[in-house]
Ligand binder design. Structure first.
Ligand SMILES: Cc1cc2nc3c(=O)[nH]c(=O)nc-3n(C[C@H](O)[C@H](O)[C@H](O)COP(=O)(O)OP(=O)(O)OC[C@H]3O[C@@H](n4cnc5c(N)ncnc54)[C@H](O)[C@@H]3O)c2cc1C
Length: 445
C-alpha cells in the first residue's frame, strides 16, 4: 500500500481583543461564536476563553471595527513559517478558504471604506437622482469621516466628472468604452462589480430608476450583499459605523430600518426627488480615476438592436413642480377637482392627488403622490381632503411647506403640516380663489 506523506496541520491560532478598539456594539462577536468561547464583561466588551476558542475567525469577521485579531504562540508561529517555507498551493487555497468563510462570500468588513454614488447617465445626460444622492452621500461620508466618490460608466462621459465634483464628489471613477454606450445589464454589471471589488467602498447608493433598479439588484446579487430598495431615509449610526436604511414595509404600515451588518458594500436605492439637491459649486475639484472596461463585444450576451424612445411622456411632471395642490377623497367628485385646477392655475401650481383620488378616476396616475405614485419635494404642498396615510406621507412629507385642509381635526396629515385649516375644503378653496381674483394676484413664476 502506498504510504501517504505526513502533512503538518496549519495552526489556526486563537482570537484576542485589541485593547481600546471595542465599541460595545451589542455582543455580535459572542453571537457569531460557534463554540461559546466568548463571554461579555460588565462594559459589554468580549472576553475570549482561550481554552474553548478554535480560531475559526467568525468573531474577527463579525466585528464592525476590527477589534478582534487572531494570534499565534511562538511554537505555532515557527510551524507556520516552516509550512510557509514548504509553500504549496494547497496551503494557499486553505488560507483563502479560511479568509472567505464557509460560504465563500463573507468578507472582512473593516477593509471596506468610502461612500460611492452611481452616476446614471443616458447619452451623456445625468439623471437628477444621481446629484441628489451625492448630496446625501456627502452627509454620510462626513459622518463616517471617509471620502465621497462618484462612479460613471458609458461612452464619452469623462466630462461628467466635473459635474460630479461640483455636486460634492471628492473622487470620480470613470469607465469609458464604446461597448458601454448603451446600458446593458451584463456589461454594466461587469464594470461596476470590477470597480467595487477593486476599491471596496463600504456604501454604494443608486437611484431607484428603471435602470438603477436593474443594475443595483444585479450588482448586489453578484457581490452577495444586501440591498434596500426605495429608501426614504439614510443615516449613519456613528457608534456602529453602519448605514441605517429606512423604507416603508408591510404595505407601508410601518417604517423599517434595515442594516447590512455582515456584508459589504451596504447597498441602497432611493427614488428621484426624495433627497434634496446639493449646492452646485463649479470651483470644487477632485481626483479623476480612469479604469478600463475589460470585456469584448463577444462576451456580452445582450445586443442593442434599436433604441425606441417612449412616446411623448405626459406633460405633467409633479416631481419637479414647486407648488402642488393635491386632492384626496375629501374632494368628493371629479367636478370638484376642476375647482382645484382653477385654484392651482391662480397660484402657479400643479394638481396632484392621493391614491384614492386616482382610484376614483379623478386624476391620472402620473399625478398620484405616495408610495405607489411619485415622491415630490415642492416648496409648497397644499393637501385638500387628504387624511395623511403613511403611504401618502412618504411621498410628500419632505415638502418645504405643507398646508393641510381637512374637516377632521384629528387627521394625521396635520402631524406633518406646517399650517392646518380645519374645515370644508369645498368652502375654503373657492373662498381662496375668489379672494385671489378680487386682489388680482398673479401666479408665482
Ligand atoms: C401598498 C399600498 C400602497 C399605497 N400607496 C399609496 C400612494 O402611493 N398614495 C396614496 O395617497 N395612498 C396610497 N395608499 C392608500 C393609503 O393607504 C390611503 O388609503 C390613501 O392615501 C387615502 O387617501 P385619501 O387621504 O384621499 O382618502 P381618505 O383616507 O379617505 O381621507 C379623506 C380625508 O378627507 C377628509 N374630508 C372628507 N370630506 C372633507 C371635506 N368636505 N373637507 C375637508 N376634508 C374632508 C376626511 O376627514 C379624510 O381625512 C396605499 C396603500 C397601500 C396598502
Amino acid at each position: 500500500m502506498e504510504q501517504r506523506p505526513e502533512t503538518k496541520k496549519k495552526p489556526r491560532g486563537k482570537a484576542r481583543v485589541i485593547e481600546g478598539k471595542c465599541i460595545a456594539c451589542g455582543a455580535r462577536c459572542q453571537m457569531s461564536c460557534p463554540v461559546d468561547a466568548i463571554e461579555m464583561n460588565e462594559k459589554e466588551e468580549p472576553i475570549i476563553l482561550e481554552d474553548k476558542c478554535i480560531g475559526c475567525k467568525k468573531c474577527v469577521k463579525q466585528c464592525p471595527v476590527g477589534a478582534i485579531e487572531i494570534f499565534f504562540t511562538p511554537e505555532e508561529e515557527a510551524l507556520l513559517k516552516e509550512i510557509g517555507a514548504e509553500g504549496g498551493a494547497a496551503e494557499e487555497a486553505e488560507a483563502e478558504e479560511d479568509e472567505a468563510g464557509e460560504d465563500g462570500a463573507e468578507s472582512n468588513i473593516a477593509l471596506w471604506s468610502g461612500v460611492w454614488v452611481y452616476v446614471e447617465q443616458f447619452e451623456g445626460k445625468v439623471h437628477v437622482v444621481s446629484w441628489e444622492l451625492l448630496g446625501k452621500g456627502r452627509i454620510l461620508a462626513d459622518d463616517l469621516g471617509v471620502e465621497l466618490a462618484a462612479f460613471v460608466l458609458g461612452d464619452n462621459i469623462k466630462h461628467l466628472a466635473d459635474e460630479a465634483f461640483a455636486h460634492g464628489a471628492d473622487k470620480v471613477y470613470v469607465m469609458e468604452s464604446a461597448l458601454l454606450k448603451h446600458y446593458r445589464t451584463n456589461s454594466y454589471l461587469h464594470g461596476t462589480v470590477g470597480l467595487v471589488n477593486k476599491y471596496k467602498p463600504e456604501i454604494v447608493l443608486m437611484g431607484a430608476t428603471g435602470l438603477g433598479r436593474d443594475l443595483a439588484g444585479a450588482v448586489a446579487t453578484d457581490l452577495k450583499t444586501g440591498l434596500t430598495a426605495d429608501c426614504t431615509q439614510l443615516n449613519i449610526d456613528k457608534k456602529m459605523r453602519i448605514l441605517e436604511q429606512t423604507r416603508p414595509a408591510f404595505g407601508g404600515n410601518i417604517m423599517a430600518t434595515i442594516l447590512t451588518e455582515t456584508r459589504r458594500p451596504q447597498m441602497a436605492s432611493v427614488r428621484p426627488h426624495v433627497m434634496p439637491m446639493p449646492e452646485f459649486n463649479a470651483d470644487k475639484k477632485g481626483e479623476l480615476i480612469e479604469e478600463p472596461f475589460t470585456l469584448s463585444e463577444e462576451q456580452i450576451p445582450s445586443k442593442v438592436v434599436e433604441i425606441i424612445k417612449a412616446a411623448q411622456e405626459t406633460s405633467v411632471n409633479i416631481s419637479g413642480a414647486s407648488i402642488l395642490v393635491s386632492g384626496g377623497r375629501g374632494m368628493q367628485t371629479k367636478e370638484n377637482f376642476a375647482r382645484l385646477q382653477e385654484f392651482a392655475d391662480q397660484i402657479g401650481g400643479v394638481v396632484a392627488g392621493s391614491r384614492c383620488a386616482f382610484d376614483e378616476g379623478w386624476i391620472e396616475h402620473p399625478r398620484q403622490v405616495g408610495q405607489t405614485g411619485k415622491t415630490v419635494h415642492p416648496k409648497l404642498y397644499i393637501a385638500c381632503g387628504i387624511s395623511g396615510a403613511i403611504q401618502h406621507l412618504v411621498g410628500m412629507q419632505d415638502a418645504d411647506h405643507i398646508i393641510a385642509i381637512n374637516s377632521d381635526k384629528t387627521a394625521p396629515i396635520f402631524e406633518v403640516a406646517h399650517l392646518g385649516i380645519v374645515g370644508d375644503v369645498m368652502e375654503i378653496i373657492p373662498a381662496l380663489s375668489d379672494k385671489l381674483k378680487q386682489t388680482n394676484a398673479k401666479p408665482v413664476e
